[in-house]
Design a protein around this ligand. Sequence first.
Ligand code: MG
Length: 225
Amino acid sequence: MTPVQRTIPPDVEKQIEALPLDNRLPLLITDADEVLFGFMAAFERYMERNGAFFDWSSYRLNGNIRHQSDRSPLDGPAVKALLLGFFRDETRNIGAVDGAAETLARLNQKMQVVVLTNLPHDHRDDRRHALMRHGMNYPLVTNEGSKGPAVHALAARTRGFVAFIDDSPSHHHEVAAVGDVHKIHFVSNRRLSGLLGPVEHSDFSARSWQDIRNYLERQLKRHGH
Ligand SMILES: [Mg+2]
């Protein structure tokens, strides 16, 4: 595991300061790719159109994306370029995960919702467009690197219960250092989630948005909301 990043990038801090949050209400911080949006399904189609494929041997992208021509793995810079191309071309069109919009609307009656997504800031408007198109028009923060500092800054904006949803084990590791945040691990793609064992540092593993709803409703009750 890489060391936990502690400083918040200024352009992320500015976005969080501008959010209209109520410090008395509970807060749900949710990831976008593979949680609200079907990242892997869309990225796999993109790889196939661009001469590559994912070999499904483990959860990582690096080492598991291969050239269709000779099955050799793409190197780190090539994987990064492919991913940046995907964000540029597909962020606006990506499909939503079943149950995400309905569950967020329901939870939003009791909790504030913020979408915290690792995405180049340039594609923020595309992500906002996709969120709106799928009925998930919640405040959006684009982040880079660790999510720990951004979650820390968001959690400081409320005295209420705070929950965090993400598919990436590394973000759970980083957010564990923040303290009092309920961490829900959710990978919407079943085949991808099958490549991961139980995730250290998360409080709950969800298999669907219905699971997430049941868990959060129990926690909200327990915390008097
Ligand atoms: Mg994600």
